[in-house]
Write a new protein. Structure first.
Length: 433
């Protein structure tokens, strides 16, 4: 049964200890997989696919014929749902695009900033039990908006050697360029270093279990990554007027992900806390993934009772949850007080599942307290900023003595001489715009 705790007496380690580093045996196993893929390429990928996914493949890439067949087989109603979700996601993320700028407000000086897209991106999509079409939409669409030249999706096949029609349709709608039937740490290694058929990418994004997270950590530097994602989390901040059945349902929506998931209720109402505790037990009895959800609630779930909503907000900012629901009478009044949360769901009619699939904001979010310093996946994750500057000879001559003084105070004489040298000679053919 989920625990009920008082905020005033709770210990920091009870809410803040969410270390997502892998155990030594996992780390060693991932090291071995990465080394194997770097050495043996596709042969290693095929071997791991047979071992972990239970299917012997002869080719890794999903063909155009497979995508067309999946599209034809998928029912029209779900195609419409996918298209509606994609439109919502695209509409939201198009607003994130930032523009270049140039400053020319001082004589002889031009400086600015420009954005350029990452050239090639790999998207990891887990399978549990099917490849998640929502993950494909949420990762591929922002990359497409950013202008990424080539987007590669990797996801494990099922035991028949296929990827679900839903996932392939999502990839088609989102605009993925290539899809490969491979998952786990081996997929991350293939994306980072390349194989005979899978090209090396510049950045790896997308969720996964501890092996994928560990592999992403290990290849960072060879490639960029979006984040090291931990188990899924939800925190519901509620006053006493919420329906306990709704609150329990929302908590279970994350608890069913896996046994390490975290579902937390923070409320100023002890009567609601007790009602939700009872409702969770009742709803668990009919949940298909009840064993997983029950363990998640028992091990990682908690109901925290605070003296008032102000203390509840303090708890939220300390926990820094991935998903935060503000189930209160006036959620917009509380929103400015929220400093640390991945995505905020406002009011009693905005369940977390709305953001997972349909509304538009991204569902790839910071976990394990990292919402204190990081953000949801977005268009900026697929673009790079470069600054540029130009000085005329006269503008540099004016600034050079100050630059040289600055450099010498840091003990860097060559820097000083570099700035001063332009005052002494004029390069052949030099012109000042």
């Amino acid at each position: 049964m989920i625990r009920i705790l008082d905020w005033e007496s709770i210990q920091p380690e009870e809410i803040l200890n969410r270390d997502i580093r892998a155990e030594e045996d996992v780390s060693a196993a991932v090291d071995a997989v990465i080394a194997d893929v770097r050495k043996n390429g596709d042969a290693a990928l095929l071997r791991y696919t047979e071992r972990f996914d239970g299917v012997k493949l002869t080719a890794l890439e999903v063909t155009a014929a497979e995508i067309d067949a999946a599209w034809t087989a998928l029912d029209e109603d779900f195609k419409t749902t996918l298209q509606m979700a994609a439109d919502n996601i695209r509409r939201f993320h198009e607003k994130q695009v930032q523009n270049d700028f140039v400053l020319t407000d001082r004589p002889g000086i031009v400086m600015g900033q420009r954005y350029t897209p990452i050239r090639r991106v790999g998207v990891c999509v887990p399978r549990s039990p099917e490849a998640f079409p929502s993950t494909i939409l949420m990762n591929v669409i922002p990359a497409r908006i950013a202008g990424v030249e080539e987007i590669i999706v990797v996801t494990p096949p099922d035991r028949t050697g296929t990827v679900s029609a839903e996932a392939l349709a999502a990839a088609k709608i989102a605009g993925a360029d290539r899809i490969f039937k491979v998952g786990g740490a081996q997929a991350v290694a293939a994306l980072a270093y390349g194989t005979e058929t899978i090209p090396a990418v510049d950045k790896v994004v997308g969720p996964g279990g501890i092996f994928v997270a560990t592999a992403k950590r290990k290849v960072f530097g060879q490639v960029g990554i979006d984040m090291i994602a931990g188990p899924s989390e939800i925190l519901v901040l509620s006053d006493g007027d919420s329906d306990p059945a709704w609150v329990a349902a929302d908590m279970l929506s994350q608890a069913e992900h896996d046994v390490c998931a975290s579902a937390v209720l923070v409320t100023d109402s002890r009567s609601l806390a007790e009602a939700v505790q009872k409702e969770l037990e009742e709803q668990l009895s009919t949940l298909p993934r009840r064993d997983i959800a029950a363990k998640a609630l028992a091990d990682n779930g908690k109901i925290i009772v605070t003296a008032d909503l102000s203390a509840a907000v303090e708890a939220v900012n300390r926990i820094a949850p991935e998903h935060l629901e503000l189930c209160v009478a006036d959620p917009f009044a509380l929103l400015p007080q929220i400093r640390n949360a991945g995505s905020v769901f406002l009011g009693r009619s905005a369940p977390e599942a709305l953001g997972d699939y349909f509304a538009g904001p991204n569902h790839t979010l910071p976990t394990s307290g990292t919402a204190r310093f990081s953000s949801p996946l977005g268009v900026d994750d697929f673009r790079k900023r470069s600054s540029f500057l130009y000085y005329t000879r006269e503008a540099l001559a004016e600034a050079a003595p100050r630059i040289a003084d600055f450099a010498r105070r840091e003990g860097l004489e060559a820097h000083a001489r570099s700035a001063l040298s332009r005052r002494q000679t004029k390069e052949k053919g030099e012109t000042n715009p």
